[in-house]
Design a protein around this ligand. Structure first.
Ligand SMILES: Nc1ncnc2c1ncn2[C@@H]1O[C@H](COP(=O)(O)OP(=O)(O)O)[C@@H](O)[C@H]1O
Ligand SMILES: Nc1ccn([C@@H]2O[C@H](COP(=O)(O)OP(=O)(O)O)[C@@H](O)[C@H]2O)c(=O)n1
Ligand SMILES: [Mg+2]
Length: 237
């Protein structure tokens, strides 16, 4: 069964790829995701943006979500995972950046149960708190949670609930960490290297799979054999 089938029981040829993007509030997740989309053709979903859209849509959960966000608290996992799943199913792309998720172990487990796709890796934007605070206080996007009182609460949630998820993936060799305290273009240089090698590997695996087909290997050996023999004779001289 492929990933789309796993998600909704419907047949599809798609094999979806997911990259989680985490980092403290203000670490530049949204900024860097926009660049990744432009260079590597991913579709970007920000968990926070999906929740903000939900509060504006007149949903039954709207007020509850808005109040939790104002407090810097995390919304129930089943709500955010359903929103992510819906966004993925409605999109034609097969490569997704999911930014600001999983924010805690409950998020991670709910995604595993409901969506059932293993992330390719987790991109982690590492940045000290003093820099994060400075960025959030000058973000100027009119967000209700970008005030010093809520920012402090969000930092606490990040340390206590999100970092354990990063450790979980770190133990499985799935974390790609970058220093996010540099200028946006410099941070992206490091990210570019990670995504280039990821896409490169993808192509590399496909080539190995083709070359490993027995009939191809046999014909490859047949046509290269005379050349290899000459080479061997040459070396013996
Ligand atoms: N590398 C950076 N250096 C300085 N400011 C940055 C950098 N990356 C992002 N910003 C700014 O910091 C604020 C937070 O960035 P954003 O991408 O919204 O972070 P996040 O999604 O992680 O909260 C924005 O005002 C953004 O323009
Ligand atoms: N997985 C998630 C992501 C965000 N959120 C909520 O949305 C808020 C804003 O998230 P965000 O990702 O937009 O924030 P930034 O880290 O981008 O500043 C969080 O503080 C939580 O209240 C959540 O409950 N669960
Ligand atoms: Mg963001």
């Amino acid at each position: 069964m492929d990933s789309k089938q796993a998600m909704n029981g419907k047949p599809s040829n798609k094999k979806m790829k997911v990259v989680f993007v985490l980092g403290g509030p203000g670490s530049g997740k949204g900024t860097q995701c926009a660049k990744i989309v432009e260079h590597f053709g991913f579709t970007h979903f920000s968990a926070g943006d999906l929740l903000r859209a939900e509060t504006k849509s007149g949903s039954e959960y709207g007020t509850m979500i808005q109040n939790l966000m104002k407090e810097g608290k995390l919304v129930d996992s089943s709500i955010i995972v359903r929103l992510i799943q819906k966004a993925m199913l409605e999109n034609e792309n097969d490569k997704f950046l999911i930014d600001g998720f999983p924010r805690n172990e409950e998020n991670r487990i709910a995604f595993e149960k409901i969506v059932n796709i293993e992330p390719e890796f987790l991109l982690f934007l590492d940045c000290p708190e003093t820099e994060l605070e400075k960025r959030l206080l000058s973000r100027n996007q009119g967000r209700e949670d970008d005030n010093i009182e809520t920012i402090k609460k969000r930092f606490k949630v990040f340390m206590e609930s999100t970092l354990p998820v990063v450790s979980y993936y770190e133990q499985r060799g799935r974390v790609r960490k970058v220093n996010a305290a540099k200028a946006p273009e410099e941070v992206f240089e490091d990210i570019k290297a990670i995504f280039s090698s990821f896409q490169g590997n993808d192509i590399g695996y496909r080539q190995i799979a083709i070359e490993a087909k027995p009939e191809r290997s046999a014909s490859l050996i047949k046509c290269c054999l005379p050349f290899l023999c000459c080479l061997n004779m040459d070396q013996r001289k």
